[in-house]
Every structure is written in C-alpha cells, then in structure tokens.
Design a protein around this ligand. Structure first.
Ligand code: NDP
Length: 329
C-alpha cells in the first residue's frame, strides 16, 4: 500500500518536498470495518490550510502521517454489515491506495447512476458547495446579474451554469487563461475574462456595465474588492474561498472599499459546505436531473498514479486544472 505523508509544513507555497511517498502493509479489517481500494481521490484547495498547524473548521494534517480527503473506491474486504466486496463507496481517506475504514464513516454510491469520479465533483462536495452557496447563501433570484471568480474550476463552473439554469439575467466569470475563458463561453456564461488582462474592476465593469447583484467569491483579494465596487444596492456575496491568499506568507490588506458595504446595503456571508448537508437530496435531484438531460456539463482534470498526487495538488494551486482536479489511484 502506497500513501502520501506530510513531510513538512510549508511556509508560503508548498513544493514536492512538502510530501513523502511511503509504503505500508495493506490493512485487514476488524469488526465493523472495511478495506477499500481507492480508485479516485480528490485534491482540494482547503487542504492547503490543513498543512498549517492552526485550528480551523477541520483539524490540521499531522506531520509524518498520511494526508486525508475525499475518495471513492471499491470494497476489497468487509467485516461490516451492509458492505460487500465489490461495493463502491465514498469516504474521507484519500491520499493512499488502500483505506481501512469504520463502516459508519462510509457512504455507498451507485456506479451505474453516474461515473464514480462525479461523486467527488459535480455530484459531490464541490457541486453542493456551488449549489448551496449560490442559492442559499447568496440567495440568487431570477434576473440577477451574477459574477463568479475561479469560474473554470470545480465549484465556479457549477456556479455559473446553475445560475443560468435557475434564471439569472447575466452570468460573468473570471479565470486565469484564454483557454479557460473560451471554455466558460462554451458553458453558457454570458461574459468571461482573464484576470491577468488588466485590473479586475475594469474587466468586470465592461462585462457587467449595469453592475452585479450576486458575487460568488472563490478568490478573495482584488476580485473581492472589484466585486464590492461593482455591486448594486442590496447586493449579496457568498464568500466561499480566497485561494489568492492561501499561499501568502503574510495576510493581504482587506478590500480597500469595504465601507461601500454600508452605502450599498451589501451582505457578505461566509459559509462551509458541510453546514448544508440537509440540501443534499434536493441537490442530487436537481443537479442529477440537469446532468441526465444534458443541460449541465462538467470538466475533470485527471492525474494518474498515487505517486503523482502531490503534483496534482500543486497543479491545482497553480491553476493547471479545468473543472475538478482528481487523481486516478
Ligand atoms: P478549483 O477547481 O477552482 O481550483 C482552484 C483554482 O483556483 C485554480 O484552477 C486556479 O484557476 C484558481 N487560482 C489559483 N490561484 C489563484 C489566484 N491567485 N487568483 C485567482 N485564481 C486563482 O478549486 P475548487 O473548485 O475546489 O475550489 C474553489 C474555491 O472554493 C476555493 O477557494 C476553495 O477553497 C473554495 N471551497 C470552499 C468550500 C466551502 O465550504 N466554503 C468548499 C469547497 C471549495 P485559474 O487558472 O483561474 O487561476
């Protein structure tokens, strides 16, 4: 069994030296346990925060121990009722080939219903983040003009498409390359821009000349400042992530125009997807339906081999992914 350990806590940007490939015995299950051979594992931006030794909404990774995170795989040994060899399951012990799990922490998924990788993306955590953040946290209404940053990523690409499907008036996305911008137009975004092309506020103003009602923030920093600047009265922002600062050694200054929150009566609301589990069923019904009907597209960037999981994670932080970044174990 090969697994990836945290070798050092990064200061600033992580590197290959942050990780170590280790080999252990394939585990055997005790009572109530199963062993899963992972087929796909997720790499996610929030894992960068867990590499720091600070308390947050998820505990930090331990040094010299395997990392963890979302994964799907096949049961290869079971000592638990309700789980048989060959079942496909979703669980939280990625970053390894074989996972030993208490059955109570595992959910069975149906590989006949959708490709198993989608339970880590469009039908999984990142899809629910987009759905809950846009519809509940930002309370998007039909006719709203919506702006989403990180728009070509796993969460952002869903936000833009869900906004259109739920009747947004205009949807604008920003991303980090011309190819990503082109992809956003193909996905049905009304306008898209590369944030390297100039000040974000200038690009946003040309893409949404009448301003925006909703901002879905995946990036923070200059994007958040621009969104506050472009917001109309009573605008709402779902603050989902601030990836532009995850590798910063020093926290950046806040948006300089925060006082506009007052005059424009804005609502900026942070959220964590795990608080929206109760939406899960409605989410799977609605998003699953759109997928079946061909109304929603999703991209995946798949890196092969557990030994390449660190490269996949580093690539995610550098923007090398289109849609969900995954490792095929
Ligand atoms: P993505 O698939 O969007 O991948 C990350 C993307 O971030 C990269 O592809 C890159 O795209 C972009 N990026 C990296 N650095 C910068 C930068 N300095 N400025 C602008 N863009 C940058 O990841 P996810 O969809 O999984 O996550 C998106 C966001 O949502 C993250 O901030 C994450 O932390 C957050 N999140 C929050 C959750 C919650 O519960 N609150 C749950 C899940 C995710 P590009 O080429 O465009 O730069």
């Amino acid at each position: 069994n090969r697994e990836i350990h945290l070798a050092a806590r990064p200061q600033g940007w992580p590197t290959e030296d942050t990780f170590r490939l280790a080999t252990t015995d394939v585990p055997t299950p005790g009572p109530g346990q199963i062993v899963v051979r992972n087929t796909f594992m997720s790499v996610d931006p929030y894992m960068r925060g867990r590499m720091n030794d600070v308390a947050s909404y998820v505990p930090p990774f331990a040094l010299d121990a395997p990392l963890d995170g979302g994964a799907v795989g096949e049961v290869v040994a079971s000592e638990a009722d309700g789980f048989a060899v060959g079942d496909t399951v979703l669980h939280g012990l990625g970053w390894r080939e074989y996972a030993l799990l208490d059955a109570s922490t595992v959910r069975t998924v149906d590989p006949a219903l959708a490709p198993v990788s989608t339970y880590l993306g469009v039908l999984g955590m990142t899809g629910l983040t987009a759905y809950a953040g846009l519809l509940e946290v930002a309370a998007m209404q039909p006719g709203d003009t919506v702006f989403v940053s990180g728009a070509a990523g796993a969460v952002g690409s869903m936000v833009g498409q869900i906004a259109k499907l739920r009747g947004a008036g205009r949807v604008v996305g920003s991303a980090g390359s011309p190819a990503k911008v082109e992809r956003l137009r193909a996905l049905g975004f009304d306008a898209a821009f590369d944030y390297h092309d100039g000040p974000v506020l200038d690009s946003l103003r040309s893409a949404a000349p009448d301003g925006i009602d909703v901002y879905f923030d995946n990036v923070g920093g200059e994007h958040l400042e621009a969104a506050i600047g472009a917001m109309r009265q009573n605008g709402r922002a779902a603050i989902c992530g601030m990836i532009a600062q995850y590798n910063a050694a020093e926290p950046p200054a806040a948006p300089r125009n925060l006082a506009m929150i007052i005059s424009k009566r804005l609502t900026l609301r942070g959220f964590i997807v795990s608080d929206y589990g109760q939406l899960g069923e409605q989410f799977v019904q609605e998003v699953g339906g759109w997928l079946r009907d061909g109304k929603l597209s999703y991209d995946e960037t798949i890196i092969d081999g557990i030994e390449n999981a660190p490269a996949a994670f580093l690539g995610l932080l550098r923007g090398e992914n289109l849609g969900k970044m995954l490792v095929r174990v």
